[in-house]
Design a protein around this ligand. Structure first.
Ligand code: ZN
Length: 535
């Protein structure tokens, strides 16, 4: 019985862990790598066709996004996931296939013009459809017999609708081991879904550490804070535009907007309208509405029982077609618009920014983390204008952020989750799904706190699950940086310049309230500096 770490090892995305017992093999998660990437992932040790099962902790693409590629490469085993994860994968993997196809099309148009060779999409809609036929939806909290040597149970992880930690009871001859994979663990304060389940027994635990290096600030009470933003914006006659991820964050916003209505927090605009403009968000909202009995928290279920839809209300409108979306621009009275993508890099949100950013009466409200370099991040950092559809749009709208809705547990909550294994403390803990140093620090922290043998494996590291001893080391190949030394030199210095710019913005923000004379002088100096370097 062995485990080999493939993806999200000393990294945050691309979750994938390979387990073999007897003559069977399975994966836990099969995610796509997204964004910055530090290490090369090792290839799977066997062909896709030789994998018997894939277990999916939740539907986020960094945990599920390569299942269609597995199907394309010959995998014909079963995929097990909770019922809601299966439904969400149904829309998210098709959406991901669509993105792969359009990216390949765009690259090929470029390749054609430059006489280069054409490339194939990583996978197509057909592959995603094929993959979906392999899914078996599973209930929460029931022990499921996969084969005579393998039993599993999905329990709540509190991270996303359908998200789960998975317990595995594995037998190989006389040897039996219990493995627990945490999946992504929530902070325990999400509206709608249940809190993470704490488990008490394991031989080995494989756990995430995304925010293992920070403690979240106490969350804002969202409904009143959001009501204030709407009041201020509508009083000016403007629209409130909320960029939000289609699956999860959009439904959380609907929950708070519904509360504003039912708790009468905005009497002066009681009949306000909310438009969801994202086909994926609309489909995901339907899946949320289907998931009351198996996924919702007691509080959300009680609402449903008393006849209240926690994420539905009068005045909620949806835009499915491109024409529906365009028609939103012709509405004359102030409205709330929720659209994707959450960081404003793609999707219909860009049209709404184009129509609302230049209007000082409007507000753009960010409700999630904005990765540096994205349009969302630029707006939050005070950009005066942004490029959209090749056009420069000036930023006159109010730009705001409401923090405190993170999907991931912080260091304290991760520690609590890991400390719950009291009845049978694990022989070994493997820390994955975190940045390079964060995984190492979390392993050291759990060793100090609970005495666990905790390690942060690299891609390709393989452990024997009878003894817990490492039997193979991964190559630890760093991803190639830009080809020449000159390029990498440039990017380091450029990063220094960006950091200097951010420091300047921080000083500007802290200067509010200083004497006008000083502020004027400061502004003159910055203008002079900008004039000098723009030449
Ligand atoms: Zn996730």
């Amino acid at each position: 019985m062995q485990i080999e770490f493939i993806g999200a090892a000393h990294e945050v995305t691309g979750s994938c862990h390979f387990v073999r017992y007897g003559d069977r093999r399975f994966l836990v998660d099969c995610g796509m790598e997204q964004g910055a990437d530090l290490y090369e992932n090792q290839k799977l040790p066997v062909e896709a066709g030789e994998i018997d099962y894939i277990f999916v902790t939740h539907a986020h693409i960094d945990h599920s996004g390569l299942i269609p590629l597995m199907a394309k490469s010959g995998f014909r085993g079963h995929v097990f996931a909770t019922r809601a994860t299966t439904d969400l994968c149904g829309i998210m993997l098709r959406d991901s296939a669509h993105i792969q196809e359009s990216e390949a099309e765009w690259k090929n148009r470029k390749a054609e013009r430059s006489g280069k060779e054409k490339s194939e999409p990583m996978y197509t809609l057909k592959d995603a459809e094929e993959a979906m036929t392999l899914f078996t939806p599973c209930p929460y909290d029931e022990i499921i017999e996969i084969d005579e040597n393998l039993k599993v149970r999905f329990v709540d992880a509190g991270h996303l609708l359908g998200s789960a930690s998975i317990e595995f009871w594995i037998k190989e001859g006389d040897l039996s081991r219990k493995l627990v994979f945490s999946g992504d663990i929530g902070q325990g304060n999400k509206p709608l879904i249940r809190k993470p389940t704490y488990l008490h027994e394991a031989d080995y635990v494989i756990m995430e550490s995304t925010y293992g290096d920070r403690v979240h600030e106490a969350p804002t009470d969202y409904a009143p804070a959001l009501a204030d933003v709407i009041r201020r914006t509508f009083a000016r006659g403007g629209n409130l535009v909320i960029p939000a991820f289609s699956v999860g964050r959009t439904q959380e916003m609907l929950y708070f907007l519904r509360r504003i209505k039912t708790e009468k927090l905005l009497p002066e605009f009681a009949d306000f309208e909310v438009y969801i403009d994202s086909p994926l968000a609309i489909e995901a909202t339907n899946i949320f509405n289907k998931s009351v009995s198996d996924c919702f928290s007691e509080e959300a279920r009680d609402l449903v029982m008393s006849g209240v839809n926690p994420i539905g209300f009068d005045g909620l409108k949806t835009a499915v077609t491109a024409d529906d979306s365009k028609n939103i621009n012709f509405i004359k009275h102030p409205i709330v618009i929720i659209s994707a993508s959450g960081m404003c890099e793609a999707g219909r949100i860009r049209h709404h920014l184009k129509h609302n950013l230049w209007r000082p009466e409007c507000t753009i409200l960010f409700v999630g983390y904005q990765v540096p370099g994205t349009i969302g991040n630029k707006l939050l950092n005070g950009a005066k204008d942004v490029k959209l559809f090749g056009e420069s749009i000036q930023v006159a709208a109010e730009i705001l952020k409401l923090p405190g809705l993170s999907g991931h547990a912080d260091r304290d909550k991760l520690t609590e989750w890991a400390g719950a294994f009291k009845e049978k403390p694990p022989k070994g803990v493997f820390i994955v799904h975190g940045e390079d140093k964060v995984t190492e620090d979390m392993a050291a922290h759990l060793h100090e706190t609970f005495g666990y043998e905790a390690t942060a494996p690299f891609s390709g590291d393989t452990f024997d699950l009878e003894t817990g001893i490492q039997i193979e080391s991964g190559a630890r190949v760093m991803k190639k940086k830009k080809s020449t030394a000159e390029n990498s030199g440039k990017s380091t210095v450029f990063r220094r310049l960006m950091a200097a710019g951010e420091r300047l913005m921080a000083v500007i923000r802290r200067s509010e309230g200083r004497a006008n004379k000083d502020l004027g002088k400061f502004a003159d100096q910055i203008e002079a500096l900008a004039d000098k370097w723009e030449k």
